[in-house]
Write a protein that binds this ligand. Structure first.
Ligand code: KG4
Ligand code: ZN
Length: 363
């Protein structure tokens, strides 16, 4: 069936990035008309992590001008929008409220539908900003707050196959950086250090690899990093070796579990198989190349959004909003902001301790 063409403004404020984007979805595919992200890294740097109150205030200060910029760059008028989408959770509640309130005001003033988007659905669909893949696909979502395998059967149809039982992978990168005195955000800092190091110089554990299933664990790895950092003087060379060893351990854990997830996902399915890696940690080059090789081995087509759509952005929220709008899935103006909002509500209810929430500042 031919879907109606839609133009959607997307708003993202769930953590420390204020973002606004305008996107058009029609028979030709996705066209990103504007895409702006204002990061708050500098505001939080002194505290070694994201401070929720500072984040909320920074979103309030920036959101209006960012939305104006996104609209101007897109050459769009309020009347030209088919809908407005905002991240309504999960995330730091103060920030989420800023985005939701802004979107409600625009929806009301412009008389257009509001779409309350789950931030994780944004990440789950982010690869589709490039037009590929079509449903269904296997997703590894690796961000600062989440690490889970999800069978994406269609829009709004997400089945969690496994997840971390403690820290998220991005959280482990961030904590490792902090332990080693590297700047936030930890992922890119650890990756840069790792390039100078020898991954086999410092042996780090690969928790839960010997157990069946798709559960993952990263908190033991963090403890091992602490021990390695204390065992010998932390010279620049030693620090680079620890980063390289840590990155190799994360990549190994995710590759082995991805291979298992692919076997599980492929069972009983016919036709082409696709594997998507999304979320901030997917920006990691070593991880990408290892996962790509794993996908090739299991006959999956590998998809990973370009770097700017791996980390938090509004284009993915606009896309989730546009796909929902085309499917008639819009929200009422009294929809609330949610700190917790698992993608697979049933799996989260059955195993509430796993993956649904987050312990780090990021979600
Ligand atoms: O998706 P994201 O921007 O925010 C959410 O958590 O939703 O992900 C941020 C996480 C942070 O933990 C950051 O350290 C990690 O992604 N990250 C990376 C890299 N770039 C960002 N981790 C490893 N390597 C990277 N290059
Ligand atoms: Zn995110």
């Amino acid at each position: 069936m031919m879907q109606a063409a839609v133009t959607v403004l997307g708003i993202e404020t769930s953590c420390d990035e204020t973002a606004a984007a305008v996107l058009r979805l029609d028979g030709q595919g996705v066209r990103i008309l504007s895409d702006h992200v204002a990061s708050q890294t500098d505001e939080h740097a002194a505290y070694g992590g994201v401070v929720p109150e500072i984040a909320a205030r920074a979103h309030v200060e920036r959101i209006d001008s960012l939305v104006r910029l996104a609209m101007r760059d897109a050459g769009e008028t309020w009347g030209g929008l088919s809908g407005v989408a905002a991240t309504a959770g999960p995330g730091l509640i103060g920030g989420v409220m800023v985005g939701v309130m802004t979107a409600k005001a625009i929806a009301m003033a412009a008389g257009i539908p509001l779409i309350a988007v789950n931030h994780l659905e944004g990440h789950a669909l982010s690869a589709r900003l490039g037009g590929q893949p079509s449903f269904p696909y296997l997703l590894l979502l690796v961000s600062g707050g989440h690490c889970q395998f999800i069978a994406v059967e269609g829009l709004g149809k997400y089945r969690r196959l496994g997840s971390t039982i403690d820290d998220a992978a991005g959280e482990a990168f961030d904590k490792t950086a902090k332990l080693l005195g590297l700047p936030a955000p930890g992922g890119p800092a650890v990756e840069a250090e790792a390039q100078q190091g020898d991954p086999s110089a410092v042996k780090l554990p690969r928790p839960l690899l010997d157990r069946p299933g798709l559960d993952m664990s990263f908190s033991g790895l963090k403890t091992a990093v602490r021990r390695a950092a204390e065992e010998a003087p932390l010279t620049p060379g030693r620090r680079a070796d620890i980063c390289a060893g840590f990155q190799a351990a994360v990549a190994d854990i995710l590759s082995v579990k991805s291979a298992r997830a692919m076997e599980m996902f492929a069972a009983g399915r016919e036709g082409p198989l696709s594997f998507v890696v999304a979320g901030g940690v997917a920006a990691n080059r070593q991880l990408r190349s290892q996962l790509e090789a794993t996908a090739r081995r299991y006959n999956f087509t590998f998809h990973c959004p370009p770097l700017r759509w791996c980390t938090d952005n509004a284009a993915m929220i606009a896309l989730a909003g546009a796909e929902r709008l085309q499917a008639g899935l819009v929200d009422s103006l009294d929809v609330g902001a949610r700190a917790r909002w698992p993608l697979d509500e049933r799996a989260a209810a059955e195993a509430p301790a796993y993956g649904g929430g987050r312990k780090g500042a990021k979600a």
